[in-house]
Design a protein around this ligand. Structure first.
Ligand code: THG
Length: 267
């Protein structure tokens, strides 16, 4: 599982002021902490700073990469902000995200054509958000074909089928999980990704629900996630679930995690 650390996001009350005041020490330490806990990409999102998003996003990318040697996941729907952030980024970033919305699609494509950037393909179109597997796969198919035609490798495409709160419809969890399964059946080498905490919006014990849903998504083939890597039980679940579904030869990762104390959760 490839982990994208979600904590440097200006929509979070805890970090909003640190971003606004450009507090380098706090951003550097949150980036490092996430990396040490298993995040291979650090998500940076300054979406709430309307009109100044490009300025904040470039500052976040430089600050994170001055603090550690890891790529960012540039989280913005605004092609201008993404372009500016990609210019200051060292190495190969992840782009979060392209979608089938016409304006966004056409403006993002020139930024990534023929590059080795990892691209989140968000299942969203000008007709809105999909809720069924059928609607998700239709959008995903268009996105995947378009990206492949533009010389993007299949393994650099990370399809995000979009998680909806289970509280708004019984079928929404299963439609999402079935989408993950079908994407892996239909497109060999594809990655799937999501920010899964949306599933528990509006219900109690959100962490508990998120942790369980993660194990279910891993069973369906999910192989990347945007989440809080400081959630120890979540990270332990991911290791165990991947072992149990057969992605851990000789249970080596499982045993190593046990030895490292990652399964000691009585905190
Ligand atoms: N897909 C893609 N990108 C995404 C998302 C997605 N980027 C943003 C988001 N969803 C994932 N990132 C976060 C970051 C922080 C939080 C949740 C998702 C978070 N939420 C707290 C909560 O839900 O309780 C509240 C915020 C707070 O701390 O005040 O922390 O789905 N491609």
């Amino acid at each position: 599982m490839e982990i994208v650390g979600e904590l440097i996001n200006a929509s979070r009350k805890k970090i909003r002021d640190d971003i606004r005041e450009k507090n380098r020490e706090v951003i550097a330490s949150v980036a490092k902490e996430q990396h040490e806990h298993g995040a291979s990409f650090i998500d940076v999102n300054a979406g709430i700073f309307v009109g100044k998003e490009a300025d904040y996003l470039t500052w976040l990318v430089s600050t994170v990469q001055d603090a550690l040697d890891a790529p960012c996941c540039i989280d913005s729907p605004d092609p201008k902000a993404v372009e500016a952030a990609m210019k200051v980024h060292k190495g190969t970033p992840m782009l979060n995200s392209i979608s089938l919305e016409k304006d966004r699609y056409e403006a993002m494509l020139p930024l990534i054509r023929g590059t080795d950037v990892k691209i989140i393909a968000l299942c969203m179109s000008d007709e809105g958000m999909p809720y069924t597997k059928k609607d998700r796969l239709k959008i995903a198919d268009n996105l995947i074909n378009g990206l492949i035609k533009n010389n993007i490798k299949m393994e650099n495409i990370y399809v995000d089928p979009l998680v909806h709160p289970i509280g708004s419809g019984n079928h929404l969890g299963k439609e999402f999980l079935d989408s993950i399964r079908s994407l892996h059946e239909q497109y060999e080498g594809i990655h799937t990704i999501c920010g899964l905490s949306n599933i528990s919006y509006g219900i109690p014990k959100r962490k508990f629900a998120n942790q369980l849903f993660m194990a279910m998504a891993i069973t369906c083939g999910l192989n990347a996630a945007i989440l809080n890597p400081l959630d120890k039980r979540m990270m332990a679940n991911i290791i165990a679930a991947e072992t149990l579904i057969g992605k851990d030869d000789y249970c080596m990762n499982y045993v190593q995690a046990y030895r490292d104390g990652l399964f000691d959760l009585n905190q």
